[in-house]
Structures are given as C-alpha cells and as structure tokens.
Ligand binder design. Structure first.
Ligand code: SF4
Ligand code: SF4
Length: 559
C-alpha cells in the first residue's frame, strides 16, 4: 500500500496504520529467514518427528548410558528364580544354572545404533560409517552387549533345528514382536578397555525389512529366560527403550498466521469495539425510548460520535473506505486468501456489522454512527451552528442532482481501479479519510488542504461531502435499496400539513411530502425526537390540548 506524503514529517508509528501490509511482509520475511537458516546450518527440514541420522556429538559410554541412549537391564539369580516360581513350573531348570540369589545372572545393554550420535560413539566414527555403508538403506540396527552367565545370544541361532533363531531376545513395538535370526547378527570383538566392546559379549542386529519398526517411537526389549523340564517355560523380562529427544528432529513450530497474530494482539481493541457495537445495537433496539428525551438523545449521540472519531478513527485507525470495498469485490478473482481479509480484526468487525446493518436498516447505521470522518463533520457542523455560522443548502431540485455525485464517484473509482486503468488506486484519494483519520492530517499539504476544504464546506452545509461526493456513501446508499426494516416512525400529518421533521433533518433526507429518502438518511434520530416531542409535534400538541379541555371543560387556545 503506497504511502503518500512526506515521510520525514511522519510520527514513528505512522506505518503501524498500514497493518495488513506490515504483518504480511513480516510473515514473509520470517518464513524466508527460516528457510535460509536451515540451508546455512545444513539442517534437514522435517514435517514429522524424524530420526536424526547424521547429527553427532562426542560422548562416552557412561554419558550414553546416563542419557538413555544405552539402556541397561540387570537380573540377579534370585529375581529369575522368583519369576520362574511364579509361573508354577515346578522343577523347570533354566538353560544356564542359577547362582546364589544376589549373584548377577544377566546384565544386558541395548539400544538403537542407527543415529551417528550413538553408533559413532559406540563403534568409533570411522567403523560406524564403514558399517553403515554395508547395511541396506532404510534398515535400522540395534546393539546388544551383556555380562553375567546368561548372555543375550545363546547358541541356538547356529542350528537349523532352531531355524537359526535367537531365542533369548525379542523386541516389541506397538504390539508387534520382532525376533532375530542368525543372518541378522554381527558379533563385535570384545576385550576393549571401555565402551560396548569392554562388555563380555557384544553384537549388532539389523532389523528385518519386514519389521514395521519406527525408530522414534518407544519399544521394549524382552530378555527371555528359557527353562527346561517336565513343563518347559519361558519367562520374559521386559525393559522399555525410549530414544532420547536429542536424536529426534522435530518439525518447526508452525509459524502463527499473520491474521491469527493480529487477532491475538488486538484483544483489547476487539473487546472495546464489541462493546461499542453492542451499545449501537442497543441504541437502535431502544431508539423509541431514547428519542423521547431530547437531552438524552443529544448526549448519547454526541458521546458516541466522539468515541467513534477519537478512539475508532484517530487511535485505532479504523476507517472503512472504498478501498475496502474494492478489496472485497476483487477477492474472488485473485486467489481468495482469507488471511489477507482477516488481517485487520477491527476492520473486519466494522465491515461485517456494516454489511448486516445496511441490509437490515439501511445506510444510516454506518454513515450516521460508525464513520469517523462522518462523525468529525457532524461534530464540527454542530459547533458551527452553536456559533451561529450561516447555513446554506441547495434548492431541492439542485440537491437531488448533487446527490448523484456520490454514485458517480463510486462508479468512477470502482470502474477505474477494477479495470486496472487506475492500478494504484489513486482515484480513491477522493476520500479524505487517509488524511483526516488514519494519518491525522500528517500528510503533504495538498492532501491536508483538500480534507480541510471538505470539512470547511461542511461548516456551512452539514455533511456536504457525505451527501454529494463520498464514493463509499454512494455504494452504501445503493445497497440501502435492499434494506428490510424501516425503524423511523411517521404520522399521517407528516408533510401535510406538518413540515417540522423535514426542517429538523440536518441532511435534508425528508421530502416535502414527509417521506424519508432512506438512501440519504443518516439515522441520526433527530426526526424521531420531534416525533415524540408532545410540545412540538402538532398532532401530539393537539391531542394534549384535547385531553386538557376534556379534563378542565375549558377550551384551551391553540399554540
Ligand atoms: S457518506 Fe462517506 S464520509 Fe459520510 S458518513 Fe458515509 S462513509 Fe462516512
Ligand atoms: S432526521 Fe430523520 S430522516 Fe433525517 S437523517 Fe435523521 S433520522 Fe434520517
């Protein structure tokens, strides 16, 4: 969105008003920066938790045990005897005889070898790389080591009679048991001073391709102790293995969408606007009660207009404009991006409220109550009348012609911008909103002069800009033809013989016939105050006089 005017004269927060553009640009910069960072760091970008195969940090055996990369299952003879006794298999003798209760029976170290941060530390980086090159891509490798009389491999895997199966270990993941056969296995030399090769037995198992093994999910080892006898039994001693988070690449936190951030950041303003719109709705629901008091009506109306001008317009920077109409019209034709239209929460709320209210009640709900520039004109007009500034209005015939100005302006702006003839939207500058409201008169002098001239004319002819020139007013007035509810009350005497409301309507929206031209009505309720005023509205005055005559029996002089 181009910013017109002298940047050097603008306050530092001026650009904050260009909210959509600023937020979307920031989101794009953020996304790009993330991509560049990943490329520079050589980090794999993942969308689901993924095993970090290549990351490496030098670690000792004890550190790997401490962090859980190497898990440890330890059994004493006493624990095995107790477990066998529980099975009720009396007389069953384990393959390897038990010792004294406290004697070590089996100590098994195990874990996932595949990540370089584990495999490289256990085997040495060069050996690990060498080994990794030999195993088929995509297959995972587990390491095992053991101490004590009952080792993890036994001898049955050597024999065809046992289908070359390892019968002392299996792993279980998600209810699926995975066993190993001789060809999955590679023994490691032992006898080293430290690490896996310092244990009594050590070896590697390549998981079969048929195993649906997910390395980032937990699994458990079951150490199987087989006991022979009249009733042979196998007792499983389980231990869960959970790969430490350091070896898992996590997807980046999804960046918060610009429009979600905008709504989150604007919580307070959204609440204030919700209160304001609720109050306006209440004004229309209870307009008959409000209009019965001239003082209360003036107080409520001027107070509301002041809040709309100062808070909504000048502080929150929310001014619905023909530019918004253009954006909404263009939306279906340029890859509708809901995020773009939701990026300004207060504008969305005002636009939605305006659309509903124009279709229900008419153009006047927005123009009369929610337009900051309209509020500015009206408050200035009231001040000018208070200072007895002479008021001027065109003749009825000329006025009707001048009303067409806003429709012509709306049609011209929409046609020029939507056709691409005015691609930059410069014709929308016919609206003084950006100058008078969102930038608070901090633009180059021609814009300020233009806005000032329109406000100056409004001092002599109330809301002249709204009535004769505003393209947004033109669009809303055109839509006004569709409105469903007429809230403003009239009497049979309106227009014939009475012209009180006609004269009190500040924007001359009441015809001499007494009919209200809704497309020109700003729902200010001034005519409704007259309607309920039993000291001014002639039918009410006459009714009051008749009641007084009936009560006193004395004729009361007509006022
Ligand atoms: S006519 Fe235009 S300036 Fe006047 S109140 Fe309506 S939108 Fe605002
Ligand atoms: S005085 Fe009545 S007709 Fe005129 S703008 Fe106000 S509400 Fe509409």
């Amino acid at each position: 969105m181009p910013l017109n005017g002298s940047a050097s004269q603008l306050p530092p927060n001026f650009v904050a008003q260009a909210t959509i553009t600023a937020r979307l640009m920031r989101a794009a910069v953020h996304d790009t920066a993330r991509m560049v960072l990943h490329t520079r760091l050589g980090r794999q970008v993942v969308t689901v938790p993924t095993l970090d195969v290549d990351g490496f940090t030098l670690k000792s055996w004890d550190e790997l045990v401490a962090e859980g990369s190497v898990a440890r299952l330890r059994l004493t003879s006493g624990e095995v005897a107790a477990a066998l006794a529980k099975t009720g298999a009396a007389g069953a003798a384990p393959e390897v005889p038990l010792g004294k209760p406290d004697d070590l029976y089996s100590e098994v170290f195990f874990g996932l070898l595949t990540p370089a941060a584990i495999g490289g530390n256990l085997l040495g980086v060069r050996n690990f790389e060498e080994y990794r090159r030999r195993i088929p891509a995509g297959r995972h490798v587990l390491f095992f080591a053991s101490n004590g009389p009952y080792d993890f491999h036994g001898t049955n895997h050597w024999w065809k009679a046992h289908d070359y199966r390892f019968d002392r270990i299996r792993i279980v993941q998600d209810g699926q048991a995975i066993g190993f056969v001789h060809e999955d296995y590679q023994a490691l030399l032992t006898g080293a001073a430290e690490g896996i090769q310092s244990q009594k037995e050590a070896g590697l198992f390549t998981l079969p391709t048929t195993a649906m093994f997910d390395p980032v999910k937990p699994w458990r080892l079951e150490l199987l102790v087989n006991a022979a006898g009249p009733n042979p039994v196998t007792v499983a001693f389980p231990l869960e293995y959970r790969l430490p988070a350091a070896h898992i690449l996590m997807p980046d936190e999804p960046a918060v969408a610009a429009w979600v951030e905008a709504w989150r950041d604007a919580r307070v303003n959204i609440a204030i606007l919700a209160v304001l719109l609720t109050a306006l709705t209440a004004i229309f629901v209870f307009q008959a009660q409000l209009a019965r008091s001239r003082f209360a009506h003036r107080l409520v109306r001027n107070g509301f207009l002041a809040v709309v001008l100062v808070w909504l317009g000048w502080i929150a920077g929310v001014q619905l404009s023909i530019v918004n109409v253009i954006n909404y019209v263009q939306a279906p034709f340029r890859g509708f991006d809901i995020g773009f239209y939701l990026a300004e929460p207060l504008m969305v709320m005002i636009a939605a409220y305006t659309l509903v209210s124009v279709l229900l009640i008419g153009r006047g709900v927005f123009c009369g109550w929610l337009c900051p520039f309209g509020a500015l004109q009206e408050l200035l007009a009231q001040a000018s009348r208070a200072f007895a500034v002479p008021q001027w209005n065109p003749s009825a015939a000329l006025e009707k012609r001048l009303w067409m100005g806003k429709y012509i302006a709306a049609a011209a702006v929409l046609a020029l911008v939507l056709s691409g003839i005015d691609g930059s939207g410069a014709t929308a500058e016919i609206e003084p909103f950006k100058t008078a409201i969102t930038s608070k008169f901090t633009r180059a002098w021609p814009y300020v002069l233009y806005a000032g001239a329109l406000l100056g004319i409004g001092l002599f002819s109330e809301r002249a800009y709204c009535r004769f020139l505003c393209p947004l007013g033109g669009v809303l007035a055109a839509l006004d033809r569709l409105h469903l509810i007429d809230l403003l009350k009239r009497r049979p005497e309106c227009g014939n013989p009475c012209h009180l409301c006609e004269r009190s309507c500040p924007v001359r929206a009441i015809e001499p016939s007494g009919k209200i031209i809704m497309a020109e009505c700003f729902q200010c309720l001034d005519c409704q105050v007259e309607y309920y005023d039993d000291k001014r509205c002639p039918p009410l005055v006459q009714a009051a006089r008749r009641r007084e005559e009936a009560r006193s029996g004395v004729p009361v002089a007509a006022m």
